[in-house]
Design a protein around this ligand. Structure first.
Ligand code: ATP
Length: 874
């Protein structure tokens, strides 16, 4: 869904200072979405329209109404971002957070309230429908101060750390890069009160200073982020929706007052704020200008962090706050210019949902059906459609109507794919038959003579040499198109006049069909070219149709190619089989030439009755077998390729290849079973490899006869262990706590260990787990769903707040979790190095996996009963 950034302008009432100075009001709301600015002497007055204009008299509720659209979608998986922009003292913080810390009736509190209401409503609706619904919300709060990122919930404010880093990782599903802050703590919140507690705590750490316009001016950009996950699980589906809501209070722009005696620190702040706001403006300008290809997101931390919200998959609203007074008119004009740039930016918003595979499959199937219908319509329009079958090639009416058409090109994609599966299975059976008879069925195309016919093999005599294809129910058309029947050559050779005649006729129709098929292919190629050409032209319904046709047509041509390959393989197999039969026959004829009465060669094999009436013949044959005599004459008929006959028989126990008048296709269930079997085999192989690897680590590599010296053996073992360790893929667990098993879900842990983190759908490969006397728990592990390392922690219900941090170390291998530290007592910006001494520090806990030696950070300044845990993963 395409949408532009919504821009609202909010005029605050004149401040006490402005009133005292006798400032004139020069900005007025004209209509719902327009305002006018009297800019002063010599400058043109402005009249501008925006998404909404909120006059001085508008309250917080009115403002929220204007931005509610951004919040509404979050519970349904649509990212949202609301940020305030404007001069210092223009009312940004008031708009976002309300009047002063503690009174949270601004956009933030209202948005959070609405978000929880929506999530609960959705849950209740799902529950009413009999489905299970769960949601989780995690909250983080950071500030960008002097181009450094600080976790406002980690304590210590600007001084709490040297600054966090912005990283990028690829979304596993969409494949698109996503920006995140590495090591930023997130707390699980279940109500508005939880969020307000965090805002209160974080706001205490925010950088503030008094400016000319504002006694309590925010000198940093603050970003409150809520990560929402809502899952609904039904009997046969599961949908997980994820979205982020960013609520941003930007630092205010401020004119450099050269006369005022400002400190170096203040100057530095000012430069950084103005520079990042100017980059924000440049980014907006670049995004709004289609001719520009480069967007300078990386020019500031702010734009990099908001990258997704500005030009990506996020519904964004900007509230530009302005003073209505004449003394601020230049700043107001500049803010309105920014607003103008912002409203030109187009966004591509979509629902972020992870759907269960079953649903995806169903969707894909319905899409294919839709495309197929489209194709039919298209072909019908172009005059190429034929009868019941879908004629992709759009060939003239030579093609027989319905029932599969002449050749591969006359079949629908689905039919072809099914046909291919059938043929493949038959080829497999043929290979088995060949193998049983001594020819290496795998060596298709090789020298058939390599596999001598077995003397033990016996073939039943038949009256007729039917073409394989001609008798195959459901696949005859395809097959007869190109494959004259491997056995028809034997027929010709063996059958004398009558046989030859039949063979010629068959050949003739084959070549005719070949011609048809070639024509169909040419037509198809021509059609594709046309479609491609049309696509290049751009625009229009026809183009869309063309593109979709292309898709189906490509799908079709893939199936045709596959079909050709399988068919060639089939021909080769049959050639080998026929060759082998001929050799066998010759051999037997040589051995008992006089036994051959020669009469049967003159028989008329044209009648179906003859073909079917083989009971008596079979009995005779069996009698021959029983008497141990060789067959007088070996004539091969159709081989029963049905799995029940061939698959289960086994070469040794079967006296002959079973003969049956009809080639049965393997049932779809059978194919499924094969696939399942293959998957099982692969899994078994993988398990075996894992076992071998483990055995290698435990016992060292097999000695292979040479025992070697003990040191060498040890070295070998060490090397093998190292290799095994190195080969551990990311996310594979190195479990350190024997009480836990790999890949426990967080929910499992919650049940067993009262760990209240309900990170929906996550499966965490646990490297380390700690549950201590303070009832606090910490997990360090790998989150498979996110493809990131994580530290999850819980203070055991003391404050009801859980937390988590994600680390993007996906390119690195996990060696060791060095340390997990939690501090329940608080303390500002503590930094610890080295080993924690026994007994020191109440509430300090260390993971069993701790190995020290690495930097440890802990502490949450000013916030009691909350825990911080950081792991260093090297
Ligand atoms: N619409 C409003 N109605 C009433 N008071 C307002 C309004 N907007 C702002 N104020 C008051 O104006 C003062 C400055 O507002 P605020 O701190 O929100 O400005 P700001 O844009 O965030 O400034 P800075 O960028 O310096 O942080 C505050 O005392 C606030 O209460």
């Amino acid at each position: 869904m395409k949408d532009s950034i919504k821009v609202c302008i909010r005029l605050r009432p004149p401040s006490a200072m402005e009133q005292a100075n006798g400032d004139e009001v020069v900005v007025h709301q004209l209509r719902e979405n327009t305002l006018s600015v009297t800019t002063g002497e010599g400058k043109p007055n402005l009249e501008c329209a925006y998404g909404a204009v909120l006059g001085s008299e508008c309250g917080q509720e009115d403002v929220f109404k204007a931005v509610v659209g951004t919040v509404e979608g979050v519970a349904d998986g649509i990212n949202g971002c609301i940020f305030t922009y404007g001069q210092t003292g223009a009312g940004k913080t008031y708009t976002m957070l309300g009047s002063g810390v503690g009174k949270h009736d601004g956009v933030t509190a209202r948005s959070v309230k609405m978000l929880f209401e929506h999530l609960k409503k959705n849950s209740a609706a799902s529950a009413e429908g009999g489905d299970e619904a769960r949601f989780s919300v995690h909250c983080s709060f950071l500030q960008i101060y002097n181009e450094r990122l600080h976790d406002l919930l980690a304590g210590g404010g600007e001084g709490n750390s040297s600054g966090l880093n912005i990283r990028e990782h690829k979304n596993r599903r969409s494949g698109k890069p996503e920006v995140f802050v590495s090591g930023l703590s997130e707390y699980r919140v279940t109500s508005l009160d939880d969020v307000l507690t965090l805002i209160d705590a974080g706001s205490k750490s925010r950088a503030l200073r008094s400016t000319d316009m504002n006694d309590v001016s925010s000198r940093s950009h603050a970003v409150l982020q809520l990560s929402v996950e809502a899952e609904s699980v039904g009997e046969d589906f599961s949908v997980l929706k994820r979205a982020k809501l960013n609520l941003v209070d930007l630092a205010g722009s401020e004119k450099m007052n050269t006369k005022a005696n400002i400190t170096r620190g203040h100057k530095n702040e000012l430069t950084n704020i103005n520079s990042s706001l100017s980059t924000l403006g440049n980014v907006m300008a670049a995004l709004g200008d289609k001719s520009r290809t480069h967007v300078p997101y990386r020019d500031s931390k702010l734009t990099r962090l908001l990258q997704d919200s500005l030009g990506g998959n996020t519904k964004t609203t900007v509230i530009c706050c302005v003073s209505p007074c004449s003394s601020a008119v230049d700043e107001t004009t500049s803010t309105l210019k920014f607003a103008d740039r912002a409203r030109r930016v187009m966004l591509h918003v979509r629902t972020n949902e992870v759907v269960d595979d079953k649903i995806l499959l169903a969707r894909a199937q319905s899409e294919i059906a839709r495309l197929r219908t489209l194709l039919k319509m298209y072909m019908g329009q172009s005059g190429g459609g034929v009868g019941g079958g879908i004629d992709v090639a759009g060939s003239p009416t030579k093609i027989p109507v319905g029932g599969g058409g002449v050749g591969a090109a006359g079949l629908a994609v689905e039919d072809l794919v099914q046909e291919n599966a059938r043929l493949m299975e038959q080829n497999r059976m043929l290979k088995m038959a060949l193998k049983r008879e001594g020819v290496n069925g795998n060596n298709v195309g090789g020298d058939a003579a390599g596999g001598q016919p077995s003397n033990q093999s016996t073939y039943r005599t038949k009256k007729r040499l039917p073409n394989v294809g001609s008798k195959v129910g459901g696949m005859n058309d395809i097959y007869s198109t190109k494959v004259p029947g491997a056995f028809s050559s034997a027929t010709k050779k063996k059958n004398g006049k009558g046989g030859v005649g039949g063979g010629q006729q068959q050949q003739q129709s084959d070549s005719e069909n070949e011609g048809d098929l070639a024509q169909l292919r040419r037509d198809l190629a021509g059609k594709r070219k046309k479609v491609k050409k049309g696509r290049g032209g751009g625009g229009g319904k026809g183009d869309k149709l063309g593109v979709e046709l292309m898709k189906v047509s490509e799908e079709h041509s893939g199936a045709v190619e596959e079909h050709d390959r399988i068919r060639q393989e089939r021909e080769e197999l049959e050639r080998q089989l026929a060759k082998m039969m001929a050799a066998q026959e010759e051999e037997e004829n040589e051995g008992s030439a006089f036994e051959n009465d020669g009469d049967e060669g003159d028989e008329d094999y044209g009648s179906d009755e003859d073909f079917e009436d083989d009971d008596g013949e079979e009995k005779k044959q069996n009698d021959n077998l029983g008497s141990g005599k060789k067959n007088k004459k070996i004539v091969l008929t159709t081989i029963d390729l049905s799995p029940s006959k061939v698959g289960g028989g086994g070469a040794a126990g079967q006296a002959a290849v079973n003969i049956s008048p009809v080639v049965r296709s393997p049932s779809p269930i059978f194919v499924k079973e094969i696939l399942r079997e293959n998957m099982n085999l692969v899994q078994q192989q993988q398990q075996q490899q894992q076992k071998q690897q483990q055995a290698l680590v435990l016992n060292g590599p097999p000695s292979g006869g040479k025992k070697g010296t003990a040191p060498r053996r040890r070295m070998r073992q060490k090397k093998a262990a190292k290799e095994a360790k190195d080969s551990v893929p990311i996310g594979a667990s190195q479990i350190k706590d024997s009480t836990l098993q790999n890949n426990k879900s967080v929910e499992d842990l919650a049940v067993n260990l009262t760990f209240s983190m309900a990170d929906l759908g996550s499966r965490i490969a646990v490297y380390s787990f700690r549950y201590d006397a303070y009832y606090a728990s910490t997990i360090v592990g790998f989150d498979h769903r996110r493809g990131m390392h994580c530290v999850l922690y819980d203070d055991g219900g003391e404050s009801g707040i859980d937390g988590r941090q994600w680390y993007d170390l996906s390119t690195k291998k996990i060696r060791k979790v060095v340390e997990v530290v939690a501090d329940l007592t608080g303390g500002r910006g503590k930094k610890r190095r080295g080993k924690k001494k026994k007994g020191a520090g109440g509430g300090y806990m260390k993971s069993q996996t701790a190995n020290d030696g690495g930097a440890i950070k802990s502490g949450l300044g000013g916030v009691d009963s909350r825990m911080v845990a950081t792991a260093k993963i090297i």
